[in-house]
Design a protein around this ligand. Sequence first.
Ligand code: GDP
Ligand code: MG
Length: 598
Amino acid sequence: TDLSRIRNFSIIAHIDHGKSTLADRFIQTCGGLSDREMAEQVLDSMDLERERGITIKAQSVTLNYTAKDGIEYKLNFIDTPGHVDFSYEVSRSLYACEGALLVVDAGQGVEAQSVANCYTAIEQGLEVVPVLNKMDLPQAEPERVAQEIEDIIGIEAADAVRCSAKSGLGVEDVLEDLIKRIPPPSGDVDGPLKALIIDSWFDNYLGVVSLVRVTQGSLKKGDKIVIKSTGRAWNADRVGIFTPKLTDTGVLGTGDVGFVVAGIKDIHGAPVGDTIVHQKGAEEAKALPGFQKVKPQVYAGLFPIRSDDYDDFRDALEKLTLNDASLFYEPENSDALGFGFRCGFLGMLHMEIIQERLEREYNLELITTAPTVIYEVLTTRGETVSVDNPSRLPDIGSIEEMREPIVEANILVPQEHLGNVIALCEDKRGIQKNMHFLSTQVQLTYELPMAEVVMDFFDRIKSASRGFASLDYHFVRFQPANLVRLDVLINGERVDALALILHKDQAHYRGRALVEKMKELIPRQMFDIAIQAAIGNQVVSRVTVKALRKNVTAKCYGGDVSRKKKLLQKQKEGKKRMKQLGNVEVPQDAFLAVLKVD
Ligand code: GDP
Ligand code: MG
């Protein structure tokens, strides 16, 4: 192997700055796929990713590129997700690379997510190569944006390549530039095998497929290998690369990125961050430093509407975790909703995606309860317990102290929207830590309660800045806070699935807003429905959904059959997502009402 002809790099960028489009251009330029195969955005393969136009899983591609110096280089690149929920995928793929291509939309400028990812890349010792994309747009301002990259990220960007992933302009220059600037991999070519597992997923035909980076020695088809942390031995049945199609090559040398299939049936048998070695000498071999394990940040209860679906639901979750080790679940039993699962997600987008997949791919109808972060409770007996479910909060008398998770949020916002964004942060109980004026943008650092940030902060910051502000955040610590549990009672019955943990100062106001919202969402029925919000035994708010007087359809204009049919149809559809609580029918929306109040 000639390591000097290999380049391994990731593409990092904020959502929509053109990573996937540029990646597709690279594939096209290097002839990885025929035009017919070159369906739009080949790298965003999962249906959901394509529909939402986002990348969830990191994807790798190996390409051969003959540079202007006449030498053929092997380029391994990894396209990474841009959303904050999936930033752990980014840092993982960076481990496999010597460089990172920073794609910045020349019409937009630097955004918070790319700053965070760049810092991670720089910390890991990667060479960061900036490129200015979307140069075909009339609003492109390459000089301003290059200056911004220098100011905010601190890397040289004056002669960053200007390109358009859309038109193809400058794309070859990008490839030339990264060959020049990104160092080739290093490693002992003849040493004993060491390969880092960057990602593992379950394929229905192949079983577990692992994406690996060989850091030392080589991995050949037929080799007896051991997964270090499990100590189990396997046979490397298939070894190869993605072009982006899975292609057998029979060998991966030092510095290569590719796949191995070894008859493993369960992804826990090939954990991400683990090391693959040869069976001979496996005991003595030292594992490579792995990755930090990701922890879910948002929890919610998911319950099948029909209790018959419980087993299917469990099977579906089991299957989903085969490909998504960050999804957590455990059985939950609710008085109101019956048997279901408490699930842990990386963030709200992750939660929405899982919910959507369960419904679409597994045909399940589910009720989701209000998402919550994890709280820490110090009990009077001196124990510290984690609470991921408000209805499981220990008895108020046995609580010594409650602590909420705090995040550090980094925000980039154009100066004209600064006031709005600061007002929003203050409103969300934020503490300003830093404010830094750059040429046109302001870099803000705030500490905020995670509960305020994970829910709808992202959308709010976008609307407070007409779409221009961007946000990145990470957990910093648990901090004592004055928190209470707010219960919701329907016709006098406490509904465990509707309980919330709130800041005491906001509990009255939010309790009122919540019951008002629920009143709008719960359809009128044949009897009055009382909805109450209570803290302990104290009712803080009460509303009544008045009983229906007449049949709804009586309201229709005389004899308009089609309209009547439509109305009945609409009611039926609405019903699909209803859950019977006692004798009251409660729609899905009402369980998530808290997300709809300010
Ligand atoms: P990603 O989220 O960073 O992967 O971004 P995508 O590659 O999905 O691109 C986001 C949007 O920008 C898509 O609608 C692309 O067609 C568009 N886009 C990407 N590159 C360019 C470009 O160079 N010029 C223009 N005008 N649009 C682009
Ligand atoms: Mg993408």
